[in-house]
Design a binder for this molecule. Structure first.
Ligand SMILES: [Zn+2]
Ligand SMILES: [Zn+2]
Length: 425
């Protein structure tokens, strides 16, 4: 590439200034004619925007039908432009009559324009349950693989997540460790993540089983639909756990309901249906670990057949294997900032998609935008995350003893990459 477009993310229906910079040693040649043409991915939409309050005009149509000369401004080439619709725009760049390069930019409605994409893994085990690595090492691995945040979620245990969070938080690094745990309550086969809760829900029923049983009994009578006794008990128990997670300030995530175990699905489908029909949980873990592949495929078609619900993708990794947290499933949350409350609110309100390096799932607008980010943002972002993650790995494997003042890697701020791509006047 010989040219770089300064900003890649723009607001729709505002006059913005596109700035193109030749990459050294190329310079703007005042004797040359530079021009650009924009092709909206979806075509110029009139039918699609007919109910939106703005329909592209004949002037828009003319604008997107031809090339536009770029004005030299010192070392830059510029053009004022208004993007009429939320879309990816292919930018064809010409020097004289020759098309020299193609770039992509994205224009977004105000709601998404204001958000930052944060990639994270919401389900990780460590050697404090049945995983093989330390909580610190798993967090470091998540950063090394390009993620902005992770949630440590050991079976029955909340403390390991705090161990990782408290190990890295004082260093001030640009990576978020969210507290969490995988909750398994008595006589309830359903696996549930307590995402970001301020306290342990496992500890609550371990220390107060009578209180738990009484709460489940109280919920049982509210379930009037036909169901086997065991499934009814599980559904009531789930309700108690979901409520308890919300009381603790967390998000309740229904984990891998279609995971295939020795008796079939991990939980009977009546339980899943009942909980989904009554919107009992906050979020569905749509795709999870590699051992669940068949279950995941079944779950994807289950999800498609239902009204939209908030989702996440997670690895459910039990260790760091080679160059991925297998099988590399993650979530992209479109949030205001890299903080627990902001990410929680994004996921809980459906501003998140599930995916891996090959496929994304979820809301159409978000998925279309995420594939643009996959092409134009994540490759460079991952390199910075990898460098920061390498420092975290070094700290994690030496219990913090190898931090040296001359190691600049911990000062890397990968989150700022995105804000640099977003248009500012
Ligand atoms: Zn599980
Ligand atoms: Zn798990």
């Amino acid at each position: 590439m010989n040219f770089r477009i300064k900003h890649l993310i723009f607001p729709v229906r505002k006059v913005v200034k596109l700035v193109i910079e030749p990459i050294f040693p190329l310079r703007v040649d005042p004797k040359e004619c530079y021009s650009i043409r924009f092709l909206p991915f979806s075509g110029l939409r009139k039918y699609g925007l007919r109910n939106s309050g703005y329909i592209p005009t004949a002037a828009d149509e003319a604008f997107f039908a031809e090339e536009h000369p770029l004005s030299p401004e010192g070392d830059f080439l510029t053009l004022s432009v208004t993007f009429p619709q939320e879309d990816c725009y292919i930018c064809r760049l010409y020097v004289g009559d020759t098309q020299v390069e193609t770039h992509e930019i994205y224009a977004l409605e105000e709601d998404l324009f204001a958000k930052n994409p944060y990639k994270g893994d919401n389900h990780l085990h460590t050697r404090f349950s049945d995983g093989k690595d330390s909580p610190m090492y798993m967090a470091a691995a998540a950063c090394r693989f390009g993620y902005d945040y992770c949630v440590i979620t050991d079976h029955y245990r909340y403390a390991p997540s705090l161990m990782a969070r408290d190990f890295f938080a004082p260093t001030g690094i640009d990576f978020l460790v969210v507290p969490g745990e995988e909750v398994h309550s008595p006589d309830n086969p359903v696996h549930i993540i307590n995402w970001g809760g301020r306290e342990s829900v496992n500890a609550w029923f371990q220390q107060n089983e009578a209180e738990y049983r009484a709460a489940v009994e109280a919920e049982l009578s509210a379930i009037t639909e036909p169901m086997t006794d065991a499934d009814r008990y599980a559904a009531a128990a789930c309700q108690v756990i979901f409520d308890r997670i919300r009381q603790a300030g967390g998000l309740s995530i229904l984990c891998h309901p279609h995971w295939i175990v020795t008796h079939g699905f991990n939980e009977h489908e009546d339980i899943t249906d009942y909980l989904a029909d009554h919107k009992r949980f906050d979020v569905l873990e749509l795709i999870a670990g590699g051992a669940y592949e068949v279950g995941t495929q079944i779950q994807l078609s289950y999800y498609k057949a239902r009204p939209a619900m908030p989702i996440v993708g997670s690895s459910d990794s039990h260790g760091c294997f080679g160059d991925a947290l297998e099988p590399g499933n993650f979530t992209i949350a479109f949030a205001d900032s890299l903080e627990v409350e902001a990410i929680k609110s994004a996921i809980g309100s459906g501003l998140a998609i599930a995916g891996n390096d090959n496929k994304f799932y979820g809301d159409y607008r978000l998925v279309k935008y995420a594939y643009f980010l996959q092409r134009n943002y994540y490759p460079e972002h991952k390199k910075k995350r990898n460098a920061l993650g390498a420092w975290m790995v070094r700290m994690a494997s030496s219990n913090g003893e190898t931090d040296t003042p001359d190691d600049k890697r911990k000062a890397i701020r990968p989150s700022e990459d995105f804000t640099k791509l977003r248009y500012t006047e």
